[in-house]
Design a protein around this ligand. Structure first.
Ligand code: DLL
Length: 432
């Protein structure tokens, strides 16, 4: 079953022709309307009007998250704000978020692409879809919502959290499809088992998950515990949100929406393309976005493109599940956290030393973060009260900065590892 068969099953020749035409108009739009790109093209003597082949893509400059931050908030928009009907943002690292805008056409495209992944997973307009992604600046909630409405399904916009209510609604409203992060799906499953909720009495059939890394083992567990067919869905707010790539029922890689984006894999060190089937950093160029076109955006996500075609009939190539990230961004309970954010808070507090370690573990179903920081001798051997106050202070600052709670442990001076070269601050013990 397809949402847009003529597009999803297009011949490669037709697809490449379409991509080239769309790339030309994207380059024109970006090169004309976005000063950042105009300057880059000028500096690199790129005449986008003479852009004749998709291979020329390799001559174009990359765009990075720093470029987005440097142009905060609207510097990279290619249309005036009066044409922007929606603004989303991704959690910031140094206080500045990355801001993205959508025209009415962009929202329309986005809805279609999300409807595609829903249909690829097997959903129809008869489904009752419970969207337990956060609604707000995060693209997960609204992205899935618009796509599900476009499909014509019955949408329950419950948003994230409040597990007891999620389960109640799931029972009463006869939810057939659950949409959330994989870790939240497991938490829901555990809650149901602990509370003796009869899974077979639910109407659940599908689970659409994404927004954070997960593993095949986790998929098997979710599928057997919740009795759903679970698919993986990838996207990022800078590029659009969910809908960039998603699995079909084969569940063996995520079909990329190649008619709306160009996907490349590069070696993050040499910036050259990797060989067929090899792992590389995913680089995405938007082909149809009006408000926020991006040229060769470095996602920092590592994946590979399996060379085999998919038995489902879609001709859009697939990417493997995300294998890791080139940078140090941690995704804790679905929230993007950078060690630098933690560092700032730690170093700001009185009595701490600039030596710390972040330990990430998975306790049961949940990510647990413990931040260990060295404190001055006077504090370490001082009264417990002072130590407790410092811990509480750091904890509450981190909760405000990061939006998640972490454990804080004060340790004696010189107990944490020192480094001669680059420091490894993060110990990620989660095995996915
Ligand atoms: O997470 C968009 C999204 C929402 C996708 C809901 C799918 C479902 P951001 O908050 O900007 O956007 O985070 C993007 O999350 O670069 C990846 O590192 C990671 N990520 C997203 N989906 C997956 C996935 C949304 N299926 C960042 N597997 C990306 C692994 C994922 N990592």
């Amino acid at each position: 079953m397809y949402w847009e068969e003529e597009k999803e099953c297009m011949s490669r020749d037709d697809l490449e022709q379409l991509q080239l035409e769309r790339l030309q108009s994207t380059l024109f739009r970006a090169g004309t309307n976005v000063p950042f790109y105009r300057k880059k093209f000028l500096d690199q003597k790129i005449d986008f009007e003479e852009f004749g082949s998709l291979d020329d893509l390799r001559r174009l400059p990359f765009t990075t998250k720093d470029d987005l931050r440097g142009n905060y908030p609207y510097g990279l928009f290619a249309v005036p704000l009066r044409e922007v009907v929606r603004i989303h943002a991704s959690s910031g690292t140094t206080g500045k978020a990355t801001v993205v805008g959508y025209t009415r056409n962009d929202i329309n495209t986005w809805s279609h692409l999300v409807a595609r992944i829903l249909v690829a997973a097997g959903l129809t307009k008869d489904d009752v879809i419970q969207i337990a992604f956060g609604y707000g600046m995060f693209t997960g909630g609204f992205g899935l919502h618009y796509g599900a409405e476009r499909l014509g399904a019955s949408v329950i916009p419950i948003s994230s959290g409040n597990t007891k209510r999620q389960v109640q609604i799931m029972q009463d409203f006869k939810t057939t499809a659950l949409v959330c992060t994989p870790s939240y799906a497991l938490l829901l499953a555990d809650y149901m088992y602990e509370n003796n909720i009869e899974i077979n009495a639910l109407s659940l059939k599908f689970g659409l998950f994404g927004g954070e890394p997960w593993s095949e083992a986790m998929r098997s567990e979710i599928q057997s515990k919740l009795h759903v067919l679970a698919t993986d869905n990838y996207g990022l707010s800078e590029v659009m949100g969910p809908g960039v790539a998603g699995e079909c029922r084969e569940r063996n890689g995520l079909h990329m929406a190649e008619d709306h984006f160009l996907f490349e894999l590069i070696d993050p060190k040499t910036l050259e393309p990797v060989g067929p089937g090899e792992v590389g950093e995913l680089v995405i160029t938007t082909l149809t976005k009006e408000a926020f076109p991006l040229i060769r955006y470095r996602t920092r996500d590592l994946t590979r493109f399996p060379p085999e075609s998919c038995p489902c009939g879609r001709t859009m190539r697939r990417m493997s599940r995300v294998l890791g990230r080139t940078d140090d961004m941690l995704i804790i309970k679905g929230v993007n956290v950078y060690p630098s954010q933690i560092e700032e808070v730690l170093l700001d507090a009185e009595g701490t030393q600039p030596h710390y370690q972040i330990v990430v573990e998975r306790e049961g179903r949940l990510d647990k973060v413990t931040v260990m920081v060295e404190v001055m001798e006077a504090i370490f051997f001082d009264q417990m009260k002072k130590q407790r106050e410092l811990v509480e202070h750091i904890k509450s600052r981190l909760a405000t900065e990061l939006g998640i709670t972490v454990e804080v442990k004060l340790v004696e001076e010189k107990t944490l590892e020192r480094f001669e070269g680059k420091a490894t601050r993060v110990i990620d013990k989660r095995t996915l």
